[in-house]
Design a protein around this ligand. Structure first.
Ligand code: GLC
Length: 569
């Protein structure tokens, strides 16, 4: 019996078997070869802002643990946590000073263990953020590296002489402003940083760096982590000759010279490292998700690996650049990703992007539009990654004055760019002060809309954004066509309604999304699919009168309606 239970746990959860004192993980594949992460819904938690259990104004791991039932009930299968490692917090955790511990502000390794086992018991996996490209300038490796030109860690980072007095080695610019080089007077050389000067880049050409970083992933796999989201993976390598980047005419929106990051971004060597990192991941049945800012489909394709041997889940950020409710543009983007041959990974937002509620919203129908966007990315072929708060229609709360800005790039870019604080505000749990996130003043303020947009209130309201998310996720989890079916675009000339089929063996589901504020009547012609006389049995709709069946010859859709139906002959 015990064995039976253990077998069930492994096949169901994949990560819960404890053998010989160590967590082991079996590759969880269904009878048709689908991997667990293909059927999973991922959810990004920004730990500073999710739930504050010790009331110091900053979220923590125990806070997340108290919300596991909520996440389970919502339909989340895997939580990706933004970094919670020790960090001086210059970039709010993306400047890691120790890869193998938890920052005391978030808790302890013991708390982490409890979060993993609590998640595991609910069939939820934990994905950590792996900040591979750089460390904090307070990491022991860097402190050692900068102490002397002969330090054992000197070549763990990228040090070079300047071109001349006061002149950096080349013209590269940091993403977060200013030159990408900082002079260090102790050893009289410059070090390279793609982001802030407090985030020196690791030298991935050094095999010792590679091994140490691969070991970091093993360390967490052994602690029950089911995979990693790879931070800034595009930027791992630099041209060994440090050639100047080509300049473009004009300046960027922040008034800096425009430049193509030809020699310090997306170098082919990235793929060699990813193949090796994947081998380590495979030994633990883990999944690798990429923060892959690709410009076109060919770049995205490369991240899957020629033989599917790199990232299982490179995120499609091109999808987030379609910033209007435009069926033709979404259709084009979906078709492109479909053509990659890989398993698509859709995101609407994250801790670096203005919330989707504001990006797509027209300020009049924002809730309805939030539902249409959910109807879209939760029914496409692929794995969705949600961002906390999206499910309740959380909006950006951008700083009102420069003094309020916490994100350093917001101070730098003010007033044109107010930084990323707005999309990182505390999760809105109820209408208590600070939205129930903390009894102390939170590190970022909640927007006034927390009174109407919060978990407690939306759980009571059958028409809330949250209820729609819950229904959609429940449907998605049990509907084979939505999980595994092909994507078939319909009515490709329609500029208002985005319609498609998901087809799996004999099961067919129709999704029709009215992306306009006007009622629409559409004719869905399924004769090419040999389904011309089919009827549509409603599975889910946002309209109040729930029609059991609908006519495909004249499908009426209310403004911003989400309509999902099962098609049968
Ligand atoms: C990634 C993170 C972002 C961070 C940057 C530097 O883009 O998502 O928040 O600032 O990497 O680590």
């Amino acid at each position: 019996m015990a064995r039976k239970v253990a077998t069930f746990l492994v096949s169901f959860f994949g990560l819960c078997l404890v053998s010989g004192g160590q967590r082991a993980r079996a590759q969880v594949v269904d009878s048709e070869g689908h991997q667990w992460w293909q059927h999973a819904v991922f959810y990004e938690v920004y730990p500073r802002s999710f739930a504050d259990s010790n009331n110091d104004g900053i979220g923590d791991l125990n806070g997340i643990t108290t919300k596991l039932d909520y996440l389970k009930d919502l339909g989340v299968d895997a939580i990706w946590m933004a970094p919670c490692y020790p960090s001086p917090q210059v970039d709010f955790g993306y400047d890691v000073s120790d890869f193998e511990d938890i920052d005391p502000m978030y808790g302890t390794l013991g708390d982490f263990g409890r979060l993993v086992s609590g998640s595991c018991a609910r069939g939820i996996r934990i994905i950590m953020d792996f900040v591979m490209n750089h460390t904090s300038d307070r990491h022991q490796w860097f402190l050692d590296s900068k102490s002397s030109r002969n330090s054992a860690y000197r070549h763990w980072y990228i040090w070079r002489d300047g071109k001349g007095p006061g002149q950096p080695p080349n013209n590269w610019l940091a993403v977060f402003g200013g030159p990408a080089w900082k002079f260090d007077p102790t050893t009289g050389q410059y070090y390279y940083h793609f982001f802030y000067p407090e985030q020196p880049d690791l030298n991935w050409r050094n095999p010792a760096v590679k091994e140490a970083m691969f070991d970091v992933t093993r360390y967490w796999y052994k602690r029950g982590v089911a995979g990693f989201r790879l931070d800034a993976v595009d930027a791992l390598f630099e041209d060994p000759e440090l050639r100047d980047n080509p300049l473009l005419p004009g300046t960027s929106s922040q008034g800096r010279p425009s430049m193509v990051n030809k020699y310090n971004d997306k170098l082919p060597e990235v793929h060699d490292v990813l193949k090796e990192l994947r081998k380590v991941a495979d030994a633990y049945g883990a999944v690798l998700i990429g923060e892959t800012w690709t410009d076109d489909i060919d770049e995205l394709k490369k991240y899957y690996g020629e033989h599917g041997d790199e990232l299982q889940m490179p995120m499609d950020f091109m999808f987030t650049t379609v910033n209007k409710l435009s069926p033709p543009e979404f259709r084009r983007q979906i078709a492109m990703v479909e053509s990659s041959g890989g398993w698509p990974v859709y995101v609407l937002g994250n801790h670096d992007i203005t919330r989707s509620y504001d990006r797509y919203g027209d300020r009049q129908h924002n809730d309805a539009i939030a539902k249409v966007m959910a109807g879209l990315y939760l029914t496409l072929r692929g794995t969705p990654i949600m961002y906390y708060g999206e499910e309740i229609g959380m909006e950006n709360n951008d700083p009102k004055s420069k003094e309020d800005v916490k994100d350093p790039i917001g101070k730098l870019g003010w007033p044109m760019f107010r930084g990323r604080d707005g999309e990182r505000t505390p999760m809105q749990w109820n209408d208590d002060p600070n939205a129930g996130f903390s009894r102390a003043t939170p590190w970022l303020p909640v927007p006034p809309s927390y009174k109407t947009h919060n978990v407690a209130r939306e759980l009571e309201d059958p028409e809330s954004v949250l209820q729609l998310y819950k229904h959609l996720l429940a449907l998605r989890h049990q509907n084979r066509a939505l999980l595994d079916g092909d994507y078939v675009a319909l009515n490709e000339n329609d500029a208002k309604v985005l319609a498609y089929l998901r087809r799996y063996k004999s099961e067919t589901v129709l999704v029709a999304l009215n992306m306009s504020a006007v009622p629409q009547k559409v004719r869905i012609d399924l004769s090419p699919q040999n389904l011309s006389s089919a009827t549509a049995r409603t599975l889910l709709t946002t309209r109040r009168d729930w029609p059991k069946e609908a006519s495909l010859r004249k499908l009426s859709l209310e403004p911003f309606e989400v309509y999902i139906a099962e098609i049968s002959k």
